[in-house]
Design a protein around this ligand. Sequence first.
Ligand code: MV4
Length: 445
Amino acid sequence: MFKKILIANRGEIALRIIRTCKELGIKTVAVFSEADKDSLHVTFADEAVCIGPPISKESYLKIPSIISAAQITGADAIHPGYGFLSENAGFSDICRESNIKFIGPSAKMINGMGDKAYAKETMKRNGVPVVPGSDGVISKVEDGLGIASEIGFPVIIKATAGGGGKGMRIAWDKSDFEKAFTLASSEAASSFGNPDCYIEKYIENPRHVEIQILGDKFGNVYHYGERDCSIQRRHQKLIEEAPSPIITPELRKKMGEAAILGAKSVNYEGVGTIEFLVDKHKNFYFMEMNTRIQVEHPVTEMIYDVDLIRQQIIVASGAHVETLPRDPIGHSIEFRLNAEDPDNNFMPCPGKIESLHFPGGFGVRIDSHVYQSYVIPPYYDSLLAKLIVWGKDRPHAIARGKRALEEFTIEGVKTTIPFHLKVLSDENFVSGNFDTGFIDNFLTK
Ligand code: MV4
């Protein structure tokens, strides 16, 4: 097992990782920017190293500074968390070359799954259902138009280097196609330095359902059910839950087996997520694979009674998965509490937290790095806290979520708390009848 892990991240996820390391008896090293000197991850880690100025590029993304911090402190592994360097192939490689275990995927895996057309082809070849579309990337408008006419409109044009909603265009009919294709491709070239795009049948208002998987170096891959992440705004998730209100045990088994098949076909090790689109007939299609721990991992932890970060560290150390999946129990919902103004386009609201009170009680979990009088720096994302509730079923989880959100006090900055309370009294949310169009509909009501 590792003796000392450097956490190349900040905020709630850095704390989350430190907590698990403590329970495993592993020493921790925090890295921090000048803007984060008063952060809890700095306080709670055994050691802390300042790695540069506030701007991420010069601190949390600065590979040489992070490697130096690991070498100076004698860390034998680095946990990247999510965001920042978690899916940076170069960083994964430099860690390996420096004899520091990167608790995440190899550079090859990051590059492979980061190429969306290649990832899709790989999944398709191995029997994972995919959305009908082009085989790989399309270089000429005419070729794309031919395929679009074959599969039928509407179609979606996606950048192979994109993902997470960047570099996508919909063509509703033949007359739209050339413009959409050209736009998608030039946007892809300027955003990702790669103009290559592929084409798919456009699924209208799908649900976003992702399967949590975990693999060890012996080739075992397990799944821990699904999370429903359909409640998003501009590809930013706001509420996630497990299980999904639309997934039956039979469908969970089918999607879980498809996810395991996909992960095994690339010899996946560690934690990962296979994202699926689910259409209104409950057909499911592979969309993307995430090769990192995700923000919303706690809802899975709550219903499967598994510490996913602990498992991630254990398999990275070369051991077998310790907590095997069993049937899920109850229902869990995560609310992302952001320092944003929902009445002003979710504009970030950095500033000082003048007064703070966390809710508590049975079935309430808060993953957060903030405290009273904490000053939210303007340089990073606006996540203040994740409120994760558990209930014996979905109605109980909703009631508990409402109770906990009402108990929550954050003064000094605007937050998404009132927004979440409104969602919780929306009849479509309460009935579980929603898709990825929910938030747009909700906000225009
Ligand atoms: C789609 C789609 C409909 N049909 N692909 C958005 C993020 C990226 N990972 C893929 N996305 C989509 N791909 C086909 N063939 C609709 C979306 C999509 C979406 C997916 C999941 C969650 C929210 C979304 C919001 C808008 C569009």
